[in-house]
Every structure is written in structure tokens, then in C-alpha cells.
Design a protein around this ligand. Structure first.
Ligand code: CMC
Length: 428
């Protein structure tokens, strides 16, 4: 017998079905509530609202668990590659050797940018933020590949996914080159996904670039760790925009805009800027902790807290280990790592943070690794976007194929003026 919740309202008893997920997560189905009672539910920031059922990613925020398609993030980081994980997210199974080889070949085939798209770069002002360039360029892909709409999507999923996953890397590297005034480096057919990206970013005709296998490995892990995170702000944006049957490129471009904000993916840039500020101001950690606790000050400790995790973010544990292993070998990076480690230790002992269950999140240590690899801070959120691409595609695909999907259209409780009479401007 399925569970039923009962709501007593205006003297009436309303029966609401309970939906149970595969990990025993429970949700009260209120889809008929307004029709039956005239009431809606109010939930600022959607902290209690499920917008869909999804098979893609499972998070248990209380226990610190993250799984893609049933595979733990620790297992995937230990054994998989970003390209394979992308395939898993999109298809719901690990590819056979042949499928993986075909998907990798598609990534190589679609890695170039249309020559006309290169012209766009010259139209951005010097100093344009690479996230801005990224969102614009991904949106522009819909003009170059107009056949991708809700109907053709399912037939073409590998081609479309490969185009996006591959091109975002090229667009990102070119936007960095543009910002530094250096020549673009084309993708190579002989390099892996991460090797190719690092090479496009850092190779130059005069200095060359030697790939460091440890950096390639770290890049691969970081991309896996960012690949999906169920209904976060940017993914919900992709789903919401896509629910109007906007094409995939337009939907993902909106997701990139959502990711840019400092409360979401932009936090990795904000963390590094905060650590540098603490260092420049003499390393007084307590001053910054006090500022974050002061309710009259809008300052927050970037890289701490999460809507879903009320325990350690499992991604931050893995990233901390990579961070230590990379930074301990690099001269000049230690002071910021020391500040980060001291800050984490002090925060974990502080009652304000403990009582609110605020732990380091995915963004806390990632920026330090990116900096050690040579990425400028403006590129940090772009790296998050490259990693999140398979998740956005998987969610868009799931939504397009879901017979229960409807256009996303939240309600509101109106609190503005009641009826007023228009007065001509001469009488006001
Ligand atoms: N520093 C100081 N206080 C904080 C912080 C923080 N980083 N995060 C939350 N709080 C406090 C907040 O002031 C509130 O206190 P009170 O109950 O006294 O009003 C309480 O903790 C709950 O915070 P909230 O804002 O209601 O929580 P939320 O779930 O709406 O927000 C968050 C989650 C991630 C936006 C927030 O923790 C935050 O702003 N963190 C800093 C930015 C950050 O690191 N973002 C990256 C998130 S992980 C990657 C991603 O999703 O992109």
C-alpha cells in the first residue's frame, strides 16, 4: 500500500500521495493541491521542492554521499576518466570498449570551432570575463547547428553531446588566449581530452608546453568531480529553459550564466581571492571568521556551506588530497595552502559554523590546484562549466524524454498593491 499524507485545510481533509525514490527519499505529491483547495505551497529558494523525478545523480547530504548513475564518486575518481563518466551520465551505463572508442573519436572530430566563430572573439573587449565569452559562444552554437531541437535530440545524442563537450573546451582555451593576446592553439587528434585542453591553454610557439602527467590526472579528477550535482542552480536553469522547448545550446548557455554567480560556480574564484586577501592582510584568519559571523556584514566565507550537504562535501575531501599532492611539490604556492588549511581547521572548531553545519565545499580547494597549474582566477568557473557539461546534457535529455515533463512555471503569492487608478502625469 502506498503511503498517503493527509492535510487538514479549511475544515477539509486532503489526501496527498507520497512518492518514494529508489534510495527511499520521500516526497509529498502536491500537483493537485491548487486544483482541489485553491492553495499553493511557498518555498523560497526551493529548499523543499522537488521539480522532477530523476535517475541521474543521488546525493545524501546528511551522510556526505554522491553517486552518478549508482556509482560512487570515489569509485569513479579511482577508476574512470572524464570522457567515460560523461558517457555514463548521458547513457546510464558504462560504455563498452567499442562505444568508448567511438565516443572519443567523436570528441576529436568535433573539437574544432567553425572558422566563422573565431571572428566572434575579436568583437569582445579586451578584459571580457571568459564566462561571458563562454555563455555567448555556446549560445551561438545554435546558429551553426540549428538542427538540434527537442525532436532530433534523441537520434543524435552522441553527436550533439560530443560537439558540446568537445567544443566547450576549445571555446574556453581560446577565450583565455584572447584575454592574453596570444595566438589560438588548435586541438590535436593525438592527445587525450585533458591533455588537449591543457595544451590548448598553455602551449605557445615560443615557449612550448610540457605536459605534467600529475596535472593531467588532477584535471581529469576535477572534471569528474564537477560532472553532475542533480538539481543545482545551473542544472535547474538548464531544465527550466529547456522545458519551454528552447534548444539545447540556448538552455546550456543559460546554465552557464547561472553557474557564474559567486554563490554557485563563481565561488571557486571568490575563494582564491579571499585567501589572497587574507594573506595580503597579514594572515589573520580570525578576523575573517568574525566578519563572516557578523550579521551586519554581508561577507561570507567563500567555499563553506552547501544547500544539500550538512556534512563534509565528499568532493572536497578528494580535492583536498589532490591539492596537497600538487602544491607540496610547487615552490611559492604554500602560503595560500597553509591559510586554507588553517581556515578550515578554525572553521570546523567554531560553534557558529558547526551549529549551521557549514563544511568546506567543492570550491574550497579547487582554486588552489587551478592556480598551481597556471590558470588565472577568471578561468576557474569556466573549468567548472567544462566539467558540468555532461550533467547539463544528461538532465536536458532526461527532461525531453520524460512524458511527465511540463513547461516550468512556478506560482507566487502576490504581495503588491491592490487595484489602483491611473493618474495622468500632469496630475501627479
Ligand atoms: N559563511 C558564513 N555564514 C554562512 C555561510 C558562509 N559561507 N554559508 C551559510 N552561512 C550561514 C547563513 O548566514 C545562515 O545563517 P543564519 O541561519 O544565522 O541566517 C545559515 O548559514 C544558512 O545559510 P543559507 O544562506 O540559508 O544557506 P543556503 O542553503 O541558502 O546557501 C550557500 C548555501 C552555498 C549559497 C551558502 O552556504 C553560501 O553562500 N556559501 C558561500 C558560497 C559558496 O561557497 N558557494 C559554493 C557552493 S558549492 C558549489 C556550487 O554549488 O556551485
Amino acid at each position: 500500500m502506498s503511503e498517503i499524507a493527509t492535510l487538514n485545510l479549511d475544515g477539509k481533509s486532503i489526501q496527498l500521495p507520497v512518492t518514494v525514490g529508489s534510495e527511499n527519499e520521500k516526497g509529498i505529491d502536491i500537483s493537485k493541491l491548487r486544483a482541489e483547495t485553491g492553495y499553493i505551497t511557498l518555498d523560497n529558494g526551493f529548499g523543499n521542492t522537488g521539480a522532477c523525478k530523476s535517475n541521474i545523480t543521488f546525493i545524501d547530504g546528511e551522510k556526505g554521499i554522491l553517486r552518478y548513475r549508482g556509482f560512487s564518486i570515489e569509485d569513479l575518481c579511482e577508476n574512470s576518466s572524464f570522457v567515460e563518466t560523461a558517457y555514463l551520465l548521458i547513457h546510464d551505463y558504462l560504455p563498452s570498449p567499442d562505444e568508448l572508442a567511438k565516443f572519443s573519436a567523436l570528441l576529436t572530430r568535433y573539437s574544432m570551432l567553425h572558422e566563422d566563430m573565431r571572428n566572434f572573439y575579436s568583437l569582445f573587449p579586451r578584459g571580457a570575463h571568459p564566462m561571458n565569452i563562454l555563455g555567448t559562444m555556446v549560445n551561438a552554437l545554435s546558429s551553426f547547428y540549428p538542427s538540434v531541437d527537442a525532436n532530433s535530440m534523441t537520434d543524435d545524442i552522441d553527436v550533439t553531446a560530443a560537439r558540446l563537450i568537445s567544443k566547450i573546451r576549445t571555446i574556453a582555451a581560446f577565450s583565455y588566449k584572447k584575454s592574453t593576446g596570444k595566438p589560438f592553439v588548435n586541438p590535436s587528434r593525438d592527445a587525450s581530452y585533458c591533455e588537449n585542453f591543457l595544451n590548448m591553454m598553455f602551449w605557445s610557439p615560443v615557449n612550448g608546453y610540457e605536459l605534467d602527467p600529475e596535472h593531467v590526472k588532477a584535471m581529469n579528477l576535477l572534471l569528474i568531480l564537477h560532472a553532475d550535482h542533480e538539481q543545482n542552480c545551473s542544472t535547474s536553469t538548464v531544465r527550466l529553459v529547456g522545458s519551454s522547448h528552447a534548444n539545447l545550446y540556448a538552455s546550456i548557455s543559460s546554465g552557464i550564466s547561472a553557474l557564474w554567480g559567486p554563490l554557485h560556480g563563481g565561488a571557486n574564484q571568490a575563494v582564491l581571492e579571499m585567501l589572497e586577501r587574507i594573506y595580503e592582510e597579514g594572515g589573520d584568519i580570525q578576523k575573517f571568521i568574525d566578519m563572516a559571523k557578523d550579521k551586519s556584514n554581508p561577507f561570507r566565507l567563500s567555499g563553506f556551506g552547501h544547500r544539500v550537504y550538512k556534512n563534509f562535501d565528499p568532493r572536497s575531501k578528494i580535492i583536498k588530497d589532490i591539492c596537497r599532492s600538487i602544491l607540496e611539490k610547487q615552490a611559492g604556492q604554500q602560503p595560500l595552502l597553509d591559510i586554507a588549511l588553517r581556515l578550515e581547521e578554525a572553521v570546523l572548531k567554531d560553534d557558529y559554523f558547526a551549529s549551521r553545519k557549514l563544511y568546506p565545499n567543492v570550491d574550497f580547494y579547487s582554486g588552489l590546484i587551478y592556480k598551481a597549474m597556471g590558470f588565472p582566477v577568471e578561468m576557474f568557473t569556466v573549468l567548472f562549466a567544462i566539467g558540468r557539461m555532461p550533467g547539463w546534457i544528461a538532465h536536458w535529455k532526461e527532461m525531453v524524454n520524460d512524458p511527465a515533463a511540463r513547461i516550468g512555471r512556478p506560482r507566487q503569492i502576490y504581495t503588491g498593491s491592490t487595484l489602483r487608478k491611473y493618474e495622468p502625469v500632469s496630475k501627479r
